[in-house]
Design a protein around this ligand. Structure first.
Ligand SMILES: [Zn+2]
Length: 387
């Protein structure tokens, strides 16, 4: 059966781009061998991508064996992406190149939780980033937004966000209209997982689990390079698994969800006791390091219980690695070692390594990766453009 030409062209581009992304510079002849594409097709695809400034030709090295073929590589600095992470009270923003390397970062305060306020803060952030980096608007290939919630990625709609009180907000279209650029949105933990898979700790793996422990608890899974979203974008809501039905009220309105017990603010609250309201996770870490038994036991309990729920995820998904992000990563091994022990106890197969992500900006970079991914995965949902 003869395939649709535009589809096979897109697939060939993706094959070449992902080969170069994973393995670094390669000559056209090496690309032919590695991809199984014909020499003519490789010449055509590579030529197109060079013209679009997505690929560039390296330097031909001349060694004792004579002239070597000219390698081509991804021109990571050639095009730019804006990544935005929506948090309570602020939008964190980053301007990246195609490797999600941050070129400029900033934070814009948001006065209220209305979608309009977030869209306005996003537009300001994008303009400021371009000004800081002294780059032109036309170098932007798109904007990615990471926001907590259940997201319809194809429609660019936030179906539900308990954190912001949103329901059926057409966020991508609203922002695209304001900034005149394609916009992609996804759940924040999905964006974090995508960053890990594309350029982070999950780069060499096919099945990657991501666990986020911050204001909420969530997980995400990348299978064969694709983030799993589920039927309605509701996958990965680990934090809303019931831990104890008689427990405290959760932001989702139900009782006893895992995150109502062990989100980062809940963990610090447990330890705070009669200490001043102002103590933070950093004070708690310092106490745990100094041997404060209460701090150590609260972190152990949190790690163990999250680990027990994470074991269910691992038993079902069997990831090669679990990358942990979010504010609770600050607690380090006081928190992660009990989680690893719980995993070892409750997974049927040997548990995957649990690796903290120490890059503080993975979330915004993950958001940027939503747009970058459009380049590497041409079958992804299309962005929303209002020019
Ligand atoms: Zn809940």
């Amino acid at each position: 059966m003869k395939g649709d030409q535009s589809t096979s062209r897109a697939m060939n581009r993706r094959l070449v781009l992902n080969l170069l992304r994973r393995n670094g510079p390669r000559s056209r002849a090496e690309i032919v061998v590695a991809t199984g594409l014909s020499p003519a097709t490789v010449t055509f695809v590579v030529g197109d991508l060079i013209e679009e400034t997505v690929l560039l030709e390296g330097l031909a090295s001349t060694g004792s064996t004579g002239r070597r073929p000219i390698p081509v590589e991804i021109n990571y600095a050639g095009r730019l992406v804006v990544g935005l992470q929506y948090r309570v009270g602020e939008v964190r923003a980053v301007l990246t190149d195609l490797s999600t390397k941050a070129l400029a970062t900033l934070s814009v305060p948001v006065g209220d939780v209305s979608p309009e306020a977030y869209v306005e803060a996003s537009a300001l952030a994008a303009e400021d980033l371009l000004r800081h980096a002294k780059r032109e608007r036309r170098s932007i290939i798109g904007i990615g937004v990471a926001t907590p919630g259940t997201i319809d990625i194809a429609g660019g709609i936030c179906r539900v966000s308990h954190r912001f009180g949103w329901r059926d907000v057409a966020l991508a279209a609203m922002l695209a209209e304001r900034v005149h650029a394609p916009v992609w949105i996804d759940d924040d933990t999905n964006a974090f997982a995508l960053a890990q898979q594309l350029f982070g700790l999950g780069r060499q793996h096919r099945t990657v689990g991501a666990l986020a422990v911050g204001v909420g608890i969530s997980c995400a899974v990348v299978v064969d390079g694709v983030v799993h979203h589920g039927a309605i974008g509701g996958a990965g809501k680990l934090g809303h698994c019931t831990h104890d039905p008689n427990g405290p009220k959760c932001e989702c309105g139900r009782r006893g969800c895992l995150q109502a017990f062990y989100s980062e603010p809940a963990i610090v609250d447990r330890w705070r006791g009669r200490r001043p309201r102002t103590v933070t996770r950093f004070d708690m870490l310092q106490a745990a390091d100094a041997g404060d038994e209460h701090a150590v036991s609260v972190l152990r309990e949190a790690g163990e219980n999250i680990g027990r729920h994470l074991a269910v995820f691992c038993n079902i998904v069997d990831p090669e690695i679990v990358v942990v992000g979010g504010e609770a990563v600050t607690f380090g091994d006081h928190f992660l070692d009990p989680m690893r022990a719980a995993l070892a106890q409750h997974t049927l197969s040997p548990p995957p390594p649990v690796m903290p992500d120490w890059q503080g900006d993975s979330w915004e970079r993950g958001a940027a990766a939503l747009a970058t991914q459009k380049l590497f995965d041409f079958e992804a949902a299309s962005g929303h453009i209002r020019a």
